[in-house]
Each structure stands twice: as C-alpha cells, then as structure tokens.
Design a binder for this molecule. Sequence first.
Ligand code: GLP
Length: 256
Amino acid sequence: MEIIIQPTAEAATSVAARIIARLLREQPNAVLGLATGSTPVLLYRELIALKLDWRKVTTFNLDEYVGLPPEHPQSYHSFMWENLFRHINISKQNIHIPDGNTKDIPKFCAKYENQIQAAGGVDLQVLGIGTDGHIGFNEPTSSLASRTRIKTLTPQTRKDNARFFGSEDAVPHHVITMGIGTIMEARQNLLLAFGQGKAKAIAEAVEGPITAINPASILQMHPVTKLCLDEGAASRLKRADYYRWVFDNKPGWQRW
Ligand code: GLP
C-alpha cells in the first residue's frame, strides 16, 4: 500500500487526478472503475477541468441502490451523470452502472462481471471508504472473495447516507455492489479518504489485521494500491511520519 498524506482534501485529490490523467494519456482506452459518495466529487471536478480525452475510455461503477429509479436525484446513475459524464466526451455505450431496477439481480450481476472481463478488466479502480471500512457497498463481514451481488446496508451506512436523502427512512436497504474479489482484480486501486470521520476506518484498514470486519483491509493484499488522504483521515495512522518520508523522497522515476 502506498499511503499519500496531503495537507488538504484538495491536495490529496490533485495527486489522485494526476495519477488518473497520466493513465488516460498513456492508455487512451483504459478501463476505469468509478466510485460515488461525497469524496470523489472534487476528483471528478478536477478531471473535468483537465479536459482529458474520454472517447475510448470504458467505465464501470462500483454500486447502485436497488429500487431507486435511475432519474432519482440520489441514484448513482444521476450522481455520475451530474458530477462527471455530462461534462466529458465519453461514449454512452462505454458507461456501465449496476441496474438497481433489474428484474433478475443474480443474472444481472453475472452479466456485469462478464462485461468487466470482456472489457479486459479494470485498469484503475477509484474507491472511497465508509466509516465502517466498507468499499463499494461491501459492508463489514462481506466475503473477501465476493463478486458483484446484492447487499443489505448496515444501520451505520444508512445513517451516514441519510444526509443525501433527507431522512434515514428514505435510504434504501438494498444495493448492488461489485464484490471485494471483483475490486481486488483491478490492476490498480486508488482510495481517497478525507476528514477525521474516516480516520478510524483508515487506521484499521492500513495498520490493522486483514479482516472482513474492515473490508478495506483486504487492500493490504493488493499489489498496487494507493491511498490519497488528507490530514484528518490520516490522523490515527501510527506510522504517518514514515509514509510522509517515503512520499517526499520517491526516486524521480517513480513520480508521476
Ligand atoms: C457510499 C458508497 C461508497 C463510498 C462511501 C463513502 O456508501 N457506496 O462507495 O465510498 O459511501 O461515502 P462518502 O464519500 O460520502 O463519505
């Protein structure tokens, strides 16, 4: 894991945007895994401002609520179109977001996995993290080998996401999410986390044991995972000074 600690969310986002921009310039047909939530909003804003060429890029979103119409303002379909897709030159047929209204969820999930494979796999997966350590919507105790499937949100996640829906009651209970096994097959993972509210989940994921109780901890087993953190999210890391030194002293050829 490469732990990149920056003074602010803006600075951490810029590092992440540079990594993605470089990938898209070097590999114009890259396959990106995308995330939602408040964390990547800044990232998408920065990527839009960079005016990259998205014509050949393929995207797969991590997750979607079950039962929300795609045009619902809090669906992840709406989120992605509002925050990224409508501002870039991506081809509509290259965009993939789980269908939370499919009649046959297992069949849809198997197809989603096949589509990822057919596209050549995910080159870079953007991730946020829940306060309970979830990635995508893989809640604590999710199988670390799981594939795309239906999941039931924990009360904590429904509470965390109530701010988007106006009330906790309005937050759906069920979601479709890429599995942890699916995420682990991405060639590169880029996890962003900002604010003290994420500090415990990050400390456990980075410096704790690998456990399904903190699903993000499985990223310790991934060969190319970068975490872009602000000071708040990094505040409970015991070895923060070491991570800072490593980043500040990277050999020139390792920079981006
Ligand atoms: C949601 C999403 C996750 C996201 C997490 C954190 O539940 N499914 O992909 O990482 O919550 O959200 P936020 O960035 O708003 O803190």
